[in-house]
Write a protein that binds this ligand. Structure first.
Ligand SMILES: NC(=O)c1ccc[n+]([C@@H]2O[C@H](COP(=O)([O-])OP(=O)(O)OC[C@H]3O[C@@H](n4cnc5c(N)ncnc54)[C@H](O)[C@@H]3O)[C@@H](O)[C@H]2O)c1
Ligand SMILES: O=C(O)C[C@H](O)C(=O)O
Ligand SMILES: [Mn+2]
Length: 541
């Protein structure tokens, strides 16, 4: 007979007061719980009332994490019913507050693996200890150098790995006992953390260069060996490392970079949705990406691939892009270009006064973009002057301020609608409420990779895909961008979070089908829908 406390303390097995009398007898639980047996529905009601009684989003989050830590079934059942309300609490933007205060708020390691660069010989042990006897199919790993837009948060970043995995289960139905959050603690350059007596990570600067890359390689080797069926999802690595790691591994193992690829897919989906509404063609658009880092380059690359798929030559496709970073508009001879940026630079002789193209307003005035996407971490930069200038030269300006969390967004949805008199087609990184303008209700799509990575990853895992490639990503974008109700005035460019579970299944199915069609699925898997259906976990006792 199992020890009662082992069951009650195991969030994957625990049902709390919902253990039936027969189960209490079988598992040696008699007398360890109050006598009344509750249903899942009764537990949910009581938990939801407690959730509602909390005064702040952070307190709500801490309460929900308490349930997560003790009973995964109850947590996900509750989240499934209140997905729109819970997403901003469990995930972005509230997750940013919990990351900043990780040491102060710490109560539970949440089954994560903490891998220390000071102890590389124990990578295997750490992974094995954290996984226990669980059959791991999905790993979200971060090194926390670029957490959302808030920068380097050292070991605290483990929360983003936990949070991304929560969305995987809530959205797509990944079995929560088959996931592993991992943080690579390579030190931190965040002085506030280094000075904080309550900081729980390695107290030294970030290890970089060869030693860092060797550590990442060791982690990849160990995790692919131990968990050969698992997808390795990279999250919030720094600008200098994210694309290097993706390029190194994307053709070799089942891996995915959310900030590059997930953000690329959701942005393309949003653009396709917007073009469905405006009736315009993608090949007629001029794209300006403001903040040409990990996400900005991921977005430009995904849009570029779409233009090529639409029939443009690589040379013509490239002409549709204008990348802006700290240096201003990026030219062939701009200093400090990253490899990703070099693919999309412009020539100075295209412009009358290239030396003046240092600020967003001047650039918008010179370029007349039709699509403007912000991944700059610079709040308020899509200001009235910039937006009015853009809107003066295009009928339906497509404007996506994507920087997270809330305090870093390039603009507020309501301002964009106001300044353009309802003409802008808007999506934001964080959730935005409906905007009323001149009697029309404008629904604002959320262009956050959370709307798409769960379906992509789950589809790939469900059919045992060998890799994730461009064709699968394109299928995911089109599946999402196609779910827009163009008949409704003020329609959103992306489907609502309330339907996250439904469209995550759609995305998973198209990705799974693409893997099968390309001969990249596991032998014997021929039916994508069935594979996705069979793999889906539902929160039930
Ligand atoms: N909505 C989403 O799904 C989503 C996904 C990924 C990232 N993001 C957000 O995008 C932002 C950037 O993330 P990232 O991972 O690409 O970070 P990053 O550091 O790789 O890129 C940020 C880029 O912005 C540039 N930048 C900084 N100041 C600037 C300025 N004044 N003008 C122009 N460019 C400037 C930086 O030089 C850098 O190239 C973050 O806020 C993040 O939350 C959103
Ligand atoms: O985490 C998010 O909300 C989206 C994205 O991955 C980000 O880094 O901002
Ligand atoms: Mn991210």
């Amino acid at each position: 007979m199992e020890n009662a406390q082992n069951i009650l303390n195991d969030p994957f097995k625990n049902k709390g007061t919902a253990f039936t009398e027969e189960e209490r007898d079988r598992y040696g639980l008699i007398g360890t719980l109050p006598p009344r047996v509750q249903t899942l529905e009764e537990q949910e009601k009581q938990a939801y009332n407690q959730f509602k009684s909390k005064d702040s989003a952070l307190e709500q989050r801490l309460f929900l994490m308490n349930i997560f830590n003790t009973n995964r079934t109850l947590f996900y059942s509750l989240m499934g019913q209140h997905i729109t309300e819970f997403m901003p609490v469990v995930y972005d933007p509230t997750i940013a507050d919990s990351i900043e205060q990780y040491g102060q708020l710490f109560v539970d390691p949440q089954y994560a693996a903490f891998l220390s660069i000071d102890d590389p010989d124990h990578i295997k042990d750490a992974l094995a200890n954290a996984a226990g006897d669980r059959d791991i199919r999905l790993i979200v790993v971060t090194d926390s150098q670029g957490i959302l837009g808030i920068g380097d948060w050292g070991v605290n970043g483990v929360d983003i790995a936990v949070g991304k995995l929560m969305v995987y289960t809530a959205a797509a139905g990944v079995d929560p006992s088959q996931v592993l959050p991992v943080v690579l603690d390579v030190g931190t350059d965040n002085q506030q953390l280094l000075d904080d007596p309550e900081y729980l990570g390695n107290r030294h600067g970030r290890v970089q260069g060869k030693n860092y890359l060797d550590f990442v390689d060791k982690f990849v080797a160990a995790s692919t060996k131990f968990f050969p069926k698992a997808l390795l999802h990279f999250e919030d690595f720094g600008r200098a490392n994210a694309s290097v790691i993706l390029n190194k591994y994307q053709d070799k193992i089942l891996t995915f970079n959310d900030d590059i690829q997930g953000t690329g897919i959701i942005s393309l989906a949003g653009v396709l949705g917007a073009l469905n509404i405006s009736g315009e063609k993608i090949t007629d658009q001029k794209f300006l990406t403001f903040g040409a880092g990990t996400a900005g380059i991921g977005i430009a690359s995904m849009l570029y691939d779409e233009l090529v798929r639409a029939g443009l030559s690589p040379k013509e496709a490239k002409k549709h892009f204008y990348l802006v970073d700290k240096q201003g508009l990026l030219f062939d001879d701009s200093p400090d270009l990253t490899d990703g940026q070099k693919k999309f630079t412009r020539s100075r002789d295209e412009f009358e006064n290239p030396d003046l193209l240092n600020d967003l307003y001047s650039i918008v005035k010179a370029v007349h973009p039709t699509v403007m996407i912000g991944t700059s971490t610079q709040p308020g930069t899509f200001n009235k002057q910039v937006v009015k200038e853009m809107a003066a030269h295009t009928k339906r300006p497509i404007i996506f301020p994507l920087s997270n969390p809330t305090k870093l967004a390039e603009a507020k949805a309501s301002d964009l609608i106001d300044w353009t008199d309802g003409r802008a087609l808007v999506a934001t990184g964080i959730p935005a409420g409906c905007v009323e303008h001149n009697g029309v209700n404008y629904e604002i799509g959320q262009a956050n990779n959370a709307l798409v990575y769960p379906g992509v990853g789950f589809g790939a895992i469900a059919v045992g895909a060998k890799i994730i490639n461009e064709k699968m990503l394109a299928k995911a974008s089109h599946a999402l961008g196609g779910i827009v109700d163009t008949t409704q005035p003020g329609a959103a460019v992306l489907p609502p979070v309330s339907k996250l579970e439904e469209f995550s299944t759609t995305v998973a199915e198209v990705v799974a089908q693409s893997a099968i069609d390309q001969g990249l699925a596991k032998d014997g898997v021929t039916d994508a829908k069935k594979a996705v259906h069979d793999a889906k976990w539902t929160p039930k006792y």
